[in-house]
Ligand binder design. Structure first.
Ligand code: ANZ
Ligand code: ZN
Length: 940
């Protein structure tokens, strides 16, 4: 509470009779800003344009919670800062109210989406007005207004005409609860992003945008935009460019070949089986093949059927891979070996060719599969740094010292005659000699260098030494069979070795290295081998270089009601024809029965008056497309429209776009890293290629704000801890809430919302009110001493740098400290008051505007220039220096700026002080800690 008192200042006389009542001044100034058009720049004539954009909100009908407000406020502060730094700032607002999100809410509350949208819009805009952002309220955009979606439809047609929109039948993600298809991006771990239901696969005819044609451009563009690495990496991975080769395998007994996609053609000698997806086209030929038994065919059909039933989610959950041998064999083109062909759903039909060559030695998924089904494992890549290893068995007569004497290292002893060992290269000859002498007869020993060397010791004591190669493999197998008294058929020498974890630990890996077990390619590095093998196979027409992407084309159609009807007409004579542009928009009809049908068709399909039309080309009878477009299309171009909301004959005015775009600062949530941000980039690139704009990245700077939590937990409706700003605004005012939110932490880090923190900020603003409105303002700037000038400049510097880097919390702390400093003085200069208000104005726009006017300064503080600091005042000629002993303050001296960098001098000065001298008498100084210009601490 402020005492009522009358006083005079040098420039004016005024009476402070009021307390700080936020409710009064906030409404007053919001009206004033609106009436005067303070934040509605003339988009044609203004200079130094700065487009400050907050990510398009899609408010829920319950309205905005403080987490949303956090984001909006942070964006607003940046805009205000830029305005005060000489820019004409355009900060528009609108909402994305079309789409499943809004429609589902309408279903829940049982209100027609159109009516519900009006309600939500009203509530959302009311809340937004109350937070006092510098929005240009004359240019709002709502996606469900025909004036807007007319152009969304127009954009669809432009893409269609450019060959970038097409229809295809595709297995699509279908949400049984939302009764619609979903884009891949909208499926999170097999569940619908919106409602969490387990997503099914369905075959439907759908519209797609060819975003994959832009994959390379979307990747390249990432290198030239100023976004956080995290978001760029997310896009990079989502696009997922993969360079590799397609290799064709002949199939025995089948007149068909199977092409696989691999990024590791260097491992082809280690391909011990082939795996095809259950949806692979060759399955139908297998099912027709006379060489396959009927029983096997039934098994295959059943496996395929189960795979169709299985959702992606279930597949992810089922850690263990399942598979089925088809009874057919493929021929490895590099060595002619016959390898079995399996079916498994770990191979996706949508990626590559839907078939892989499995290399269990160097691919973890293949390894898991091979282990489960007992398929051979042949290592073909040796790591660069490696050891010669052996697993010594049957060596009861070989002592540890026999081994260590020749330099062999014993890694582990598992039993008396079983040891894991490492053999140095120079000891190999002696080691073989030792084996020859002392290995128990009837055992063999092998050690693996770049190849596997077998030493078979027959019962009669003689040693047979064999290096395992493709030529000797049969012999090794036979001997192994003899020694193990097993039929040799089951024995795969390399697989036997790899089932031993001591060998596996150095031979089964996913690293690069050099080739082994690969005939003439042995010794080549992975890189060299990739090239050499690809070259050879390309010449034989067996392989070709390819690059593929994880990115899928953008599935655009939705079998729902609440969206812009896709502006296409199907004519029996002419096929698909776009609606004539003069006939746009295709209005979304008002219908009673708007709820999703789950039939694979939109509710619009039940409306003959909508469906039946005439063909724009031949004027014959035709039918309209009844699907609506994905809401992500609505939000992919809104920022173009903001600049030209009054334009009725085009999506935007070219001159405006030239002046205002690309967006200078885009702020939004990192959760949109791949969806929205990829689609906007794609459309912008398309517009550029169509020649309608001249830039190809919409957001050269994007800043991802942090997320707000509530007392340790994520704010969510289900937890019931969602904080609605309205009551806080009512109680403390928007200024307090804004400033509190920004004070919680750095803007990119988010923070935790506590009621107690708000109280603190409220007290702070009340003190500012008292300080500025009540303190004598009579002293002149010239009479400020050096320290006060220094503090003023230092504070301006600190706050300015902090806002530039979105450390709003640091900026507010700077103002707080300055307040503390000023409040110690009897009277303030006009300049000091001005600086406090200007620095605080982006955070607390209303109270600062009010105090600004109380000081008699011209409207508006928000159009005033940002205060500048002068480097020459950023140094004091003398600094107060605290002297501590063991961290406790004992004295204070003032030292000249010329010596603050000279620690020995500082120490000397401190030690000469009588007090310090006395304290230290008879004590030994162990350490001196010096904090430049602030503290010297003697540790004794
Ligand atoms: C042999 C190989 C050996 C592979 C090796 C990897 C390591 P990225 O990098 O993600 O593109 N693959 C190919 N098509 C597949 C499909 N439809 N479903 C599942 N896996 C598929 O991955 C490319 C690798 O993933 C390919 O290279 C293939 O396995 C597998 F040591 O081929 B590779
Ligand atoms: Zn026609």
């Amino acid at each position: 509470m402020v005492k009522k008192k009358q006083y005079s200042t040098a420039n004016q006389e005024h009476e402070i009779t009021r307390d700080y009542i936020s409710q009064e001044i906030e409404l007053k100034w919001q009206k004033e800003w609106k009436d005067k058009g303070t934040f509605s720049p003339n988009l044609d004539t203004s200079i130094n344009p700065f487009y400050n954009l907050m990510m398009f909100p899609y408010p829920s009908a319950e309205g905005m919670h403080v987490g949303n407000m956090y984001a909006f406020t942070g964006s607003d502060i940046y805009g205000r800062f830029m305005r005060m730094n000489g820019y004409t700032v355009f900060e528009p607002i609108g909402l994305d109210g079309f789409g499943i999100h809004s429609e589902n809410y309408a279903i829940k509350v049982g209100i027609h989406p159109k009516q519900q949208a009006k309600k939500s819009e009203y509530n959302f805009y009311r809340q937004l007005r109350a937070i006092g952002n510098a929005f240009d309220w004359t240019r709002t955009v709502e996606t469900y207004n025909p004036e807007y979606y007319k152009w969304t439809q127009w954009i669809f047609i432009q893409l269609y005409k450019a060959g970038l929109a097409y229809r295809k039948k595709a297995p699509v993600n279908f949400c049984p609860s939302d009764k619609t298809v979903l884009a891949d991006e909208q499926v999170i771990e097999g569940r619908c992003e919106r409602c969490g239901a387990v997503v099914e696969k369905k075959e439907l005819e759908q519209w797609f945008f060819s975003i994959t044609k832009y994959a390379d451009k979307l990747l390249d563009g990432l290198t030239k935009i100023d976004w956080s690495e995290k978001v760029k990496i997310a896009q990079h991975n989502w696009i997922g460019k993969s360079e590799g080769a397609e290799v064709v395998f002949e199939i025995k007994n089948l007149k068909q070949k199977i092409a696989v996609f691999t990024t590791r053609i260097d491992t082809i000698f280690g391909a011990t089986f082939l795996v095809i997806s259950p949806f692979h086209p060759s399955i139908s030929s297998i099912l027709k093949s006379p060489v396959i038994t009927d029983k096997k065919k039934e098994e295959i059909k059943e496996y395929v059927h189960n795979a169709q039933e299985k959702t992606e989610k279930e597949r992810n959950l089922l850690k263990a891979k399942t598979g089925l041998f088809t009874d057919i064999y493929a021929v490895n083109p590099v060595n002619g070996k016959e390898i079995p062909v399996w079916i498994s759903d770990y191979v996706l039909m949508e990626y590559g060719t839907g078939a892989i060559m499995a290399v269990p030695s160097h691919d973890t998924r293949d390894l898991e599969f091979a282990r489960k089904y007992n398929l051979p494992i042949i290592p073909v890549i040796r790591k660069k740094k490696t050891v010669i290893a052996s697993y010594l068995i049957g060596s009861i007569q070989i002592t540890d010292s026999d081994l260590t004497k020749i330099g062999v290292k014993i890694v582990e002893r598992l039993a008396n005659d079983v040891r894991k060992i490492i053999i140095p290269v120079k000891a190999i000859a002696e080691y073989e000699k030792l084996i020859g002498e002392k290995l128990t007869s009837g055992y063999w020993n092998e050690y693996i260098d770049n190849e596997a060397i077998f030493l078979f010791k027959h019962n009669d004591g003689h040693i047979k030494r064999i290096v395992l190669t493709s030529e000797t493999e049969a012999k090794v197998r036979e001997l192994m069979g003899d020694f193990l008294k097993k039929s040799d058929k089951e024995i795969q020498p390399w697989s036997v070795l790899m089932s031993n974890e001591w060998y596996a630990s150095s031979f089964i890996h996913t690293e690069y290295g050099f080739l082994i077990n690969s005939d003439t390619y042995n010794g080549l590095s992975t890189q060299e081998a990739k090239k050499a093998i690809l070259d050879t196979l390309t010449k034989q027409n067996i392989a070709k270089k390819v690059k593929i992407y994880h990115l899928r084309d953008w599935l655009i159609s939705r079998q729902r009601y609440w969206g812009p009807p896709i502006p296409m007409i199907k004519c029996n004579q002419c096929g698909w024809v776009p609606v004539a542009e003069k006939d746009l928009p295709v209005l979304l009809p008002d219908i009673e029965d708007w709820k999703p049908k789950g039939t694979g068709e939109s509710p619009l399909a039940n409306l003959p008056s909508f469906v039946n039309t005439i063909c724009p080309k031949c004027k014959g009878k035709a039918k309209r497309e009844t699907d609506v477009s994905d809401t992500f299309l609505d939000s992919a171009w809104y920022f173009f429209r903001y600049t030209s909301t009054e334009e009725m004959n085009a999506p935007w005015k070219s001159e405006r776009i030239k002046k205002w775009l690309p967006v200078n600062m885009y702020i939004g949530g990192a959760e949109h890293s791949v969806l929205h941000l990829l689609y906007t980039r794609f459309l912008t690139k398309v517009f550029k290629d169509l020649g309608i704009i001249s830039f190809d990245e919409p957001f050269p700077r994007f800043f991802a704000h942090g997320l707000l939590i509530k007392e340790g937990a994520k704010m969510s409706k289900s937890k019931g801890n969602v904080v609605i700003p309205d009551s806080y605004i009512k109680k403390y005012g928007a200024d307090t809430l804004r400033t509190y939110l920004m004070f919680i932490g750095p803007f990119n880090a988010g923070g935790d919302f506590y009621d107690t923190g708000i109280e603190g900020i409220y007290r702070f603003l009340k003190r500012i009110w008292a300080l500025i409105s009540n303190k004598n303002g009579s002293i002149a700037i010239e009479s400020l001493n050096e320290e006060r000038i220094y503090m003023m400049n230092k504070t301006i510097q600190r706050v300015t740098e902090a806002i530039k880097t979105f450390r709003y919390n640091v900026a507010i702390a700077g103002v707080m400290e300055y307040y503390k400093y000023l409040s110690k003085h009897e009277s303030l200069s006009d300049n000091e008051k001005e600086v406090v208000l200007l620095l605080l104005s982006p955070f607390s726009p209303h109270i600062t505007e009010e105090l600004w006017s109380i000081l008699g300064k011209p409207f508006s503080i928000h159009q005033h220039a940002w205060p500048e600091f002068d480097n020459k005042y950023l140094q004091l000629s003398e600094y107060p220096l605290v002297i501590q002993i063991n961290g406790k303050m004992r004295d204070l001296i003032h030292v000249s700026k010329d010596i603050i960098s000279q620690q020995p001098n500082i120490e000397k000065m401190a030690l000469e002080r009588g007090k310090i001298h006395k304290f230290l008498a008879g004590k030994k100084i162990k350490k001196v800690i010096y904090v430049k210009g602030k503290i010297v601490n003697f540790v004794v």
